[in-house]
Design a protein around this ligand. Structure first.
Ligand code: BYC
Length: 314
């Protein structure tokens, strides 16, 4: 079949809601876009372990430590599902990992902010995981089978993460005056960066049009952001914290909450590598990757010998 016929057939499959599987024909650019997005997503899960991992030893009780430890382990698992799903597109894990450790591949802007108090851990659960759920519930309907399936499992775990963060913040927000201040301060610092997680406004998002045409994304950055704002307003009220935006106002005509201007200059600086923690995050990941080289070599050697022995025995 001629190349343009194949493109047409592919688009028909997408428009009919068919799921694309690894061995199916796909345009080169569809494959490249998925590799970019899925690998960025995987890196985000792994880098996302750093701000929270920082608090495991300082969590205020044994129970809080256990829960946080389990959450951080889940993020490692999410990174692994996503790397495996991206490998089905013919890219190696080494190539992906080295793409952000030594190259320019991106990971979520949100993980370039510091976690200053334990309230930040509560707010990451509530807002950051909450935003991730909104985005990932949409991606669970993505046209690429392995990505969509990974999202279904990840969303279930993220839902637990969000609930534990919200529950901890609710407790803190109804605690002593000092605890209430700590909770509010964390909300104030994380609110705007969380809204940036959804990506630039639609008219400045070069990838959205193509990703929507191919059914990788089914909603735009602004649509998802709005849906997150709408649900967060109610959740904030229920636990007595304020969202730091004087322009938040319910719009009777649209049925949504209008919100103020997001500081986009800050977002672009962060994704260029100039956020408060970018350098430290990359330094930490590079160190772990280089110090872990012997483990990867040992595992590969073990697998080689095991395969050899199995071949001899058969
Ligand atoms: N941060 O054309 P656009 C988690 C880049 S982890 C950094 O709109 P697209 C968790 C974008 O890549 C969850 N970069 O892009 C883990 C593009 O640059 P390139 C992480 C961003 O792809 C641990 C340029 O800006 N979730 O939940 O249509 C603990 C133009 O953007 C960001 C995902 O990764 C950003 N925020 O849409 C706790 C979701 N936004 O690549 C929690 C998967 C934009 O052309 N990804 N850029 O150089 C997506 O859904 C989409 O890729 C995005 C961006 C919505 C992020």
């Amino acid at each position: 079949m001629k190349e343009n016929k194949m493109h047409q057939r592919f688009q028909e499959r997408i428009d009919n809601g068919e799921i694309i599987e690894p061995k199916d024909w796909m345009p080169k650019r569809y494959r490249r876009q998925l590799i970019r997005m899925m690998s960025q997503h995987a890196h985000s899960e792994i880098v996302g372990m750093l701000p929270e991992g920082n608090w495991i030893q300082r969590a205020p009780s044994l129970n809080r430590k256990k829960v946080l430890l389990a959450k951080v382990q889940d993020e490692a698992g999410h990174g692994l599902y996503l790397y495996s799903a991206a490998e089905t597109l013919g890219v190696s894990r080494r190539e992906m990992v080295e793409g952000y450790i030594y190259g320019n591949a991106k990971y979520s802007s949100i993980f370039n902010y510091p976690t200053l108090t334990f309230a930040d851990i509560c707010v990451i659960g509530w807002l950051v995981d909450g935003a991730a759920i909104v985005n990932q519930t949409m991606l669970a309907k993505s046209s690429y089978g392995p990505y969509a399936r990974a999202m279904i499992r990840i969303c279930r775990e993220e839902s637990f993460h969000k609930k534990q963060g919200y529950e901890m913040l609710a407790k803190m927000a109804s605690g002593t005056v000092g605890q209430q201040r700590m909770a509010q301060d964390a909300v104030n610092r994380w609110w705007w960066p969380t809204l940036m997680m959804f990506g630039p406004p639609d008219d400045e998002s070069p990838n959205s049009k193509e990703l929507i045409k191919w059914g990788v994304k089914t909603k735009s950055n602004d649509e998802l952001r709005q849906s997150f704002v709408d649900r967060s307003v109610m959740e904030a009220r229920a636990i007595g914290v304020d969202l730091p935006d004087p322009e938040l106002k319910y719009n009777e005509d649209t049925g949504h909450w209008d919100f103020g201007e997001i500081p986009w200059e800050e977002f672009w600086e962060v994704i260029k590598g100039n956020g408060p923690m970018n350098r430290e995050r990359i330094r930490a990941r590079r160190k772990a990757y280089e110090e872990g080289e012997w483990v990867r070599k040992a595992a590969a050697e073990y697998a080689r010998k095991k395969k050899l022995n199995e071949e001899k025995a058969s």
